[in-house]
Design a protein. Structure first.
Length: 405
């Protein structure tokens, strides 16, 4: 049995959620640097979980009186102290108190065993063995039918949860409330479980793209993401003249209309447009440069672009110069043209909630996120049928919050 270490008090307070932010940060730095301290933290957390899973028993109502009676009967009658005993002072008194308490505790244990409380869990393996047997009983098939709470307990008592505890990258992800909230969506869990996503996120250019707030936010729109999957539109959206032309509100609205879009593509029809402001916008230098390019003119007819421009939020986004600059970046252009983006796009459309969250976009752009997805603990967790119930369990949230470091 391992002796109590000076750090155990801190670790117990960490597991109980009692550390101040400053203490938590200081201990977190030590845990990051000390593998032995992390192992001790994991051992204490396992002990906490085993003890928490022991069944609660209510002692008999008439237990106290016979125990106190037997303790008094076994205690020696008091006698006057001798001079030598008085000379020894508190040392002798302390020793008597300790022996008295030990005798009373032993007798109380004997009485408790004789009266049959607490009830035996069977076997001779002791408290830890009993707790493990109790733990195993909680994850039977019949208990899963009890509902979400039983499924959450099954997950917390499984080897998968132990694997998460021992995997630092997975542990930190599950400790993040935003990540847990995202995982509550079954489409997000399905997308994260797809090996193609981890492979796509291994592309540094793709992560660079996701780190750009304007572009990654735009990718949350299915129509805009489809537009970016077309090489001609990617090239057009990176062209300064095209974007100056496109950012004109009149032109945006016209391109969202199928009939006006056709008229804009035809020089003769452009001159016959009744809207004077639109005719003037189409005569601007940037517009003339677009019409002079066969590729840019063709891009104007893309139905994906029209679908995106039909949405006010996308029109507002296209007004931002930051988006054009992002699309003109060489690394982002490589990402958009890569095979990984062709995989990533459909996955994100299936779980577009992820891209609508700034915090999740930050996680996706982190190289450690892809590594966590490739780890055994995360793969097992995403495949476990009890994960959905565990994500709704306050107990799971509390456990992961205590193990942030």
């Amino acid at each position: 049995m391992r002796a109590h270490t000076p750090d155990d008090e801190l670790l117990h307070r960490l597991l109980d959620g009692e550390l101040t932010p400053a203490e938590r940060e200081a201990l977190g730095q030590r845990l990051d640097a000390d593998a032995a301290l992390r192992a001790r933290r994991d051992a204490l957390d396992t002990l906490h979980r085993v003890l928490a899973e022991l069944p609660e028993e209510t002692p008999p109502a008439d237990l106290l009186s016979p125990v106190l009676r037997d303790v008094r009967a076994a205690s020696p009658a008091p006698r006057p102290a001798t001079g030598s005993e008085l000379d020894t002072g508190e040392h002798v008194m302390a020793r008597k108190v300790m022996w008295g308490l030990a005798a009373a505790a032993g007798l109380a244990f004997a009485v408790l065993s004789y009266t049959g409380w607490p009830p035996s869990l069977g076997g001779t393996e002791g408290a830890i063995g009993a707790a493990k047997r109790y733990q195993a009983q909680q994850i039977g098939t019949e208990d899963v039918k009890l509902g979400d709470e039983a499924a959450a307990q099954e997950f917390l008592q499984s080897e998968v949860f132990d694997a998460i505890v021992r995997d630092e990258s997975a542990r930190k992800l599950f400790a993040d409330p935003e990540f847990r909230a995202q995982l509550a969506n079954p489409e997000v869990r399905q997308a994260l479980a797809d090996p193609a996503l981890a492979q796509a996120l291994a592309n540094p250019d793709l992560r660079l793209m996701l780190s750009n707030p304007e572009l990654s936010g735009a990718l949350a729109d299915a129509d805009f993401a489809l537009a970016l999957s077309r090489a001609d539109l990617r090239a057009a959206l990176a062209d300064e003249n095209f974007m100056v032309f496109l950012r004109n509100p009149k032109i945006m609205l016209a391109l969202a209309d199928p009939e006006l879009r056709k008229a804009i593509a035809d020089p003769a029809l452009r001159r016959q447009l009744q809207d004077a402001e639109l005719r003037q916008a189409l005569a601007e230098p940037a517009a003339l440069q677009v019409f002079a390019s066969k590729e840019l003119s063709a891009a104007l007819q893309a139905p994906e672009l029209a679908a995106a421009l039909a949405k006010p939020e996308m029109r507002m986004l296209l007004l931002k110069s930051e988006l054009r600059l992002a699309l003109a970046d060489a690394g982002i252009q490589r990402a958009l043209a890569s095979p990984e983006f062709r995989t990533f796009g459909p996955l994100m459309m299936r779980a577009k909630l992820m891209l609508s969250s700034p915090e999740m976009r930050r996680m996706l752009s982190d190289p450690g996120f892809a590594l966590a997805l490739q780890g055994r603990a995360m793969k097992l967790a995403l495949q476990h049928p009890g994960l959905a119930a565990a994500l709704q369990s306050p107990q799971f949230a509390a456990r992961m919050g205590r193990m942030l470091y």
